[in-house]
Write a new protein. Structure first.
Length: 282
């Protein structure tokens, strides 16, 4: 009788264990099924397709829109000076410099933005508004971070849509759609999380390039306090909200590793570059 009871007890325990394991497997199955159902696999595959086959076309398309309304500055001294800043940042951070394509456009707006295929557009107004090369370098690092982290294509896919982007790249979308989508890159901020990620990486880039990040934070503070008519020219601040808050966490991530900061450009070169741009605007 005792043997039978023990045997019966063991059978119940085995059945209970098997039932629990079965329930876990069922829950696991439906959990995985639910997660897979949430993924738009068509979109995922199309994003990969866009990245590999059409980003270059989209980059040229958008760049031509901005160059069509603003003259690209071809002064070799200006180009070489900006290129020196970008080169130092890229080399110090093991970023492929060939991927970053610099364009300085003659426009009063204090703005810079990234386009698909690594195009980095800098308005002359931003250079003139920067009090020193470290402030300008901070903005450049922020935009390079957007490029390196693939934020540009992520934003376009979210705001414009995959089908529209593919249509644009093959010439199937109208000019108005293309112009409107261009505004999402030059006049609309990235999601707050992406902006913070770009800022944090910008600080890392600056530190590795031996550039003091503090002027970048000062730049955000100063321009965010501008008032009146000047605000209409501050596109980079208007499209990058919470500037004071961003300046604070930029300083939090500035771990003071840069003890011996250095100027990439000489003061003479910096002053000459700004003088040339000022004369062009006068």
């Amino acid at each position: 009788m005792v043997v039978f009871w023990k045997s019966h007890k063991l059978n119940l325990q085995s059945m209970k264990k098997a039932a629990i394991q079965g329930l876990i497997l069922i829950l696991l199955f439906f959990s995985i099924w639910f997660l897979l159902f949430q993924v738009n696999w068509v979109s995922v595959l199309k994003i990969e397709k866009i990245t590999k086959k059409t980003e270059q076309k989209l980059g040229s398309l958008y760049l031509n829109i901005f160059k069509g309304t603003n003259n690209e500055i071809d002064d070799q001294f200006i180009i070489d000076s900006i290129d020196s800043l970008v080169t130092q940042i890229c080399v110090s951070n093991e970023i492929n410099k060939e991927r970053i394509k610099i364009h300085v456009l003659d426009k009063d707006e204090v703005n810079a933005f990234a386009l698909p295929d690594g195009h980095l557009v800098i308005y002359s107004g931003l250079i003139l508004a920067a009090e020193n090369q470290e402030e300008l370098s901070g903005v450049i690092c922020h935009e390079i971070a957007h490029i390196e982290l693939n934020h540009v294509m992520k934003k376009l896919v979210k705001d414009v849509g995959i089908s529209t982007l593919l249509s644009m790249a093959t010439g199937g979308s109208g000019s108005e759609i293309i112009k409107e989508s261009a505004k999402t890159l030059s006049s609309t901020a990235f999601d707050r999380g992406l902006e913070k990620e770009a800022d944090i990486n910008a600080v890392k880039y600056l530190i590795k390039a031996n550039i003091d990040p503090e002027p970048y934070a000062d730049f955000l503070y100063r321009l965010s306090e501008e008032e009146g008519d000047a605000m209409k020219y501050l596109s980079w601040i208007n499209t990058h909200p919470l500037s004071k808050e961003r300046a604070e966490y930029i300083m939090e991530h500035n771990n003071k590793e840069v003890t011996d900061t250095e100027h990439i450009l000489s003061q003479k070169t910096w002053d000459k570059m700004k003088r040339i741009l000022s004369e062009n605007n006068s």
